[in-house]
Design a protein around this ligand. Structure first.
Ligand SMILES: Cc1cc2nc3c(=O)[nH]c(=O)nc-3n(C[C@H](O)[C@H](O)[C@H](O)COP(=O)(O)OP(=O)(O)OC[C@H]3O[C@@H](n4cnc5c(N)ncnc54)[C@H](O)[C@@H]3O)c2cc1C
Length: 693
C-alpha cells in the first residue's frame, strides 16, 4: 500500500485502539511532544469497556485489565519524572520488602530507600471493594484526556485502508451503532486479553490487521491464573506487612513455575504461571488449582489457614512469552502487550517503552513502514533481545530456587554477603533484587549473574554449605519437616541490635570479644509463648540444641529462672563448661554468663521484642573471649579447644534452633485469616470468569 513518507503533522487525527496503559501512555506522550513541536493533533482513544459511571469524570472503566498490579520502581520513577503522580487512593499497598521463596530458605530483599514499589488495582474489580473503585488504568486515561485526548467508548472491529491509503476503523459504539473513523495513523494497543482466556491471534480485529500487514506475526502467549482473596487488613498486616512474595516452585502434584502474592488493601492478589495452569481446564478447575496452591506447605507456613478463604474474583488472562514480528505497517503500529511484554515482570514498563518510542517515531521519523522500522523497530529489537536474555535468566533462577542443594548454596551465598559485606557491595543480593523487581533489563541481569563477583559469592556459598552439611550430619541436627527461615542479622543492623539488647538488660554488653555472633527470626506468637519454648533449653526432650557428642543439659535450678545452670559437656574429650542464667527481664530477655573453665568471658542472650507488624522477633546474641594460655604448650592446648568449638558451629546450631523454636510456637499459635472471612459460611465459589473480571 503506497503512503506518503512523512511524520504526523498539524491537524492529523490519530486513533488509539485500547485505553489500557499502552494506549494512554502513547496518547500522553504523543500530545506532549507534539505540543513541543508546535503541532496540533487530534487523538481519539477507543476503549471497548464502558465507564463505571457515565456521569463521572474519573474515567474508570468497567471490569479490569487482568494484572497483578505491581508498579515497579523503574516505572514509578518514570511516572514521577513525567508528572504522572499516582494518587494516594489508587495505591493499595506500599512494598518495603520482596521475598523470593527458595527450596532452602526464602530470600528477603529490601526495596532500596531511594525507590518506590507499590500495588494498584488496574480497574474497578474486585466488586467487594468499599468506596469508589479507583484504578490505575482510569488514572492514566484521565491523564491522557487532560493532555487533550478524546475517549470514544466502543469496540474497534476492523481496520482497513481507504483508497487513499489512510487507515479506517470500524467501531461498534456503545449504542450498538457502527461508526467509521478515518485517521492519519492508528496505534493498536488492544493488549492480548480483549477476549480474556482466548488467544488474541484468533481475534477478528487482529485478522483484519494481518490483512493490512501480512508479515505481522503476533506474539506467542501463555495462560495464567489470577485470583483475589479477601483476607482482611489485620491478617495481611501480620503476615505480609508491606511485603510481596514470589514463589518459584510448587510440589510434585502442582507443577508451578512462578507465583506472585501481592497485598492490596484488604485483598491478596495471587497470580500463577506453570504447567498446573497450562494443563488445567480453567475457569472450571480454578477453585481446585487455587486450593492446591494455597494448601502447599510453603504457602501455609507463610499464610496459615489461607486455603479456607473464599475467592472473591478470578480470571484466566494470557501473558505474552515472545515478541510479535513486523508489528508495523504504513500508518499503523502495535504497542504494549499486543506487540509483546517483558517476560514475567514489569509488563507495564514495556507498555510504556513501546508506547513512548512509537510516539516519538511518528512525530520525528515518519509514519510509513520504512520509517517505523528504522525508528520504532529498534524498540522491538530491544524487547525481543530482552526476552531472549529473560528466558535464560528465568531458566537459571529456576535452578537456583528450586533445586534443593543449589538453592541452599545460593541462599548461603546471599546470607554470607549480608553478614560480612557492606550494604553497597553485595553482588548476589543486587542481582536477586534486579530479578525480583524487574527493574533492570534482562541482558544486564544475565551479565551480572555470570559475572565474577556473583560467581565468587556463589563459590563461597558452596564451600560454607558443604561444611555446614557435614557438621549438621556429625552433630545429628535434622531438619525433618521443619521450615527453614532467614536468621541473618544484616551487617548494618548489628550495632542497632546490640543497642537494643543493652537497653533491655540495662547494662553494656561488655568489652571487646574475640568472637561475636547474632541471629534473629520473626515469630508469630506472644512473648510468653516464645519464653515458654526457650524454657526447653537444656531439657532432654528439647528439639533445639540437642546435639550428638555434646551434651547440653540444665543441671541446676528451674528453667528460665535466674540461677539455673546449663552444662555443655563433651565426655569423649573430658571437657565441659557451664552457663548460668544471671539476669532475666520479664518475658523479654535472658542473660546467660559462661563460667571461666574454657573461656575468659562469654555471654549468651535471648531477647524477644515486638515487630512493627504485630509479631515478635527472637534474637540470640553470643560473644566469647577465649583463653590464650601462657607458654607454647598451653597456647597450643587452648588453640585445640578452640578448634573443638569452631565459631561457625554457633551459626549452624542457633540457625537450626531458631527455626525449630519458630515452627513450634507458630504451630501452636496459628490464628486464622480475618476471622469473619474464613469462618463465614458463604459461597466458597470461584466466580465465573466473565462475571467478575
Ligand atoms: C497474570 C498477569 C499478571 C501481571 N502482573 C503485572 C504486574 O504486576 N506488573 C506489571 O507491570 N505488569 C503485569 N502484567 C502485564 C501487564 O498486565 C500488561 O503488560 C499490561 O496490561 C499491558 O498494557 P496494554 O495497554 O498493552 O494492554 P491491556 O492492559 O490489556 O489494555 C488493553 C485495552 O484495550 C482495550 N481493547 C481491547 N480490544 C479492543 C478493541 N477491539 N476496541 C477497543 N478497545 C479494546 C481493552 O479493553 C483494554 O482496556 C501482568 C500480566 C498478567 C497476565
Amino acid at each position: 500500500m503506497a503512503s506518503q513518507s512523512r511524520s504526523l503533522q498539524n491537524d492529523d487525527r490519530v486513533a488509539v485502539v485500547g485505553g489500557g496503559p499502552a494506549g494512554s501512555f502513547f496518547a500522553i506522550h504523543l500530545l506532549r511532544v507534539a505540543k513541543l513541536l508546535g503541532r496540533n493533533l487530534e487523538v481519539v482513544i477507543i476503549e471497548k469497556r464502558g465507564p463505571t459511571d457515565p456521569c463521572s469524570e474519573d474515567f474508570q472503566c468497567r471490569g479490569c485489565n487482568f494484572c497483578a498490579g505491581l508498579i515497579s520502581p523503574r516505572l514509578n520513577k518514570i511516572l514521577d519524572a513525567h508528572d504522572l503522580l499516582v494518587p494516594e487512593e489508587i495505591i493499595q499497598g506500599r512494598i518495603d520488602y520482596v521475598w523470593i521463596q527458595g527450596q532452602w530458605k526464602n530470600f528477603r530483599l529490601r526495596v532500596p530507600n531511594s525507590m518506590r514499589m507499590y500495588s494498584v488495582f488496574r480497574g474497578s474489580l474486585p466488586g467487594r471493594r468499599s468506596g469508589r473503585p479507583a484504578g490505575f488504568d482510569g488514572f492514566l486515561l484521565g491523564a491522557a484526556v487532560k493532555e487533550g485526548a478524546r475517549i470514544l467508548y466502543g469496540e474497534v472491529q476492523a481496520v482497513s485502508y481507504t483508497p487513499s491509503g489512510m487507515p479506517s476503523l470500524t467501531v461498534a459504539a456503545q449504542s450498538g451503532a457502527k461508526v467509521s473513523l478515518d485517521t492519519s495513523f492508528v496505534a493498536v494497543a488492544t493488549g492480548i486479553n480483549a477476549h480474556c482466556g482466548h488467544d488474541y491471534r484468533d481475534d477478528p480485529l487482529i485478522a483484519s490487521l494481518k490483512r493490512l500487514n501480512p508479515s505481522f506475526l503476533p506474539a506467542r502467549t501463555r495462560k495464567t491464573f489470577i485470583f483475589e482473596l479477601d483476607v482482611g487488613e489485620d491478617y495481611l498486616q501480620r503476615h505480609l506487612n508491606h511485603e510481596i512474595y514470589f514463589v518459584e516452585y510448587g510440589s510434585p502434584g502442582l507443577n508451578l513455575e512462578h507465583a506472585a502474592l501481592i497485598p492490596k488493601g484488604r485483598f491478596l492478589t495471587v497470580a500463577l504461571i506453570g504447567k498446573c495452569v497450562d494443563g488445567a481446564n480453567l475457569p472450571r478447575e480454578g477453585r481446585q488449582v487455587a486450593h492446591d496452591f494455597l494448601s502447599l506447605p510453603q504457602i501455609d507456613r507463610i499464610f496459615p489457614g489461607i486455603a479456607e478463604v473464599p475467592i472473591t474474583c478470578a480470571c484466566v488472562p494470557r501473558m505474552t512469552v515472545s515478541t510479535a514480528e513486523s508489528p508495523f505497517a504504513d500508518r499503523c503500529a502495535f504497542i504494549g502487550d499486543a506487540v509483546g511484554s517483558r517476560l514475567n515482570k514489569d509488563g507495564l514498563y514495556s507498555a510504556y517503552t513501546t508506547a513512548t518510542q512509537l510516539a516519538e517515531t511518528v512525530l520525528v521519523n515518519g509514519i510509513d513502514k520504512q520509517a517505523l522500522a528504522r525508528g520504532y523497530g529498534k524498540t522491538i529489537k530491544w524487547l525481543a533481545a530482552d526476552n531472549r536474555s529473560g528466558r535464560m535468566v528465568f531458566g537459571l533462577s529456576r535452578v537456583a530456587f528450586t533445586r534443593p542443594l543449589v538453592s541452599r548454596i545460593v541462599y548461603q551465598a546471599f546470607a554470607t554477603e549480608c553478614k560480612v559485606r557492606e550494604k553497597r557491595s553485595r553482588p548476589l543480593s543486587t542481582v536477586l533484587w534486579k530479578i525480583a523487581s524487574g527493574t533492570a533489563d534482562y541482558r544486564e541481569v544475565l551479565r551480572d549473574m555470570c559475572g565474577y563477583t556473583v560467581l565468587r559469592s556463589v563459590l563461597v556459598g558452596a564451600a560454607v554449605t558443604v561444611r555446614n552439611l557435614a557438621f549438621e550430619r556429625l552433630f545429628g541436627l535434622n531438619w525433618g519437616e521443619y521450615g527453614r527461615y532467614p536468621t541473618v542479622v544484616l551487617r548494618e543492623k548489628r550495632e542497632v541490635l546490640k543497642g537494643e539488647l543493652a537497653s533491655s538488660l540495662g547494662e553494656e554488653l561488655g568489652g571487646a570479644s574475640e568472637f561475636e555472633r547474632m541471629y534473629a527470626i520473626k515469630i508469630r506468637g506472644s512473648e510468653r509463648e516464645i519464653m515458654e519454648k526457650l524454657a526447653d533449653f537444656g531439657q532432654p526432650a528439647a528439639r533445639f540444641v540437642n546435639l550428638r557428642f555434646v551434651n547440653v543439659r540444665q543441671i541446676r535450678g528451674a528453667p528460665n529462672q535466674v540461677g539455673s545452670v546449663i552444662q555443655y559437656s563433651m565426655p569423649f574429650f573430658g571437657l565441659s563448661s557451664e552457663m548460668q542464667l544471671t539476669k532475666r527481664v520479664g518475658f523479654e530477655t535472658l542473660l546467660y554468663q559462661v563460667d571461666e573453665r574454657l573461656v575468659n568471658y562469654g555471654k549468651l542472650i535471648f531477647n524477644v521484642a515486638p515487630t512493627k507488624d504485630g509479631n515478635r522477633r527472637l534474637a540470640i546474641y553470643t560473644s566469647f573471649r577465649y583463653k590464650n594460655g601462657k607458654g607454647i604448650v598451653s597456647r597450643l592446648l587452648w588453640d585445640g579447644v578452640k578448634l573443638l568449638f569452631p565459631e561457625f558451629m554457633h551459626d549452624i546450631v542457633w540457625n537450626h534452633a531458631l527455626c525449630t523454636i519458630k515452627e513450634d510456637v507458630e504451630r501452636k499459635h496459628a490464628p486464622p485469616p480475618d476471622g469473619n472471612q474464613a469462618s463465614k459460611p458463604g459461597p466458597r465459589l470461584l466466580p465465573s470468569l466473565q462475571a467478575e473480571k
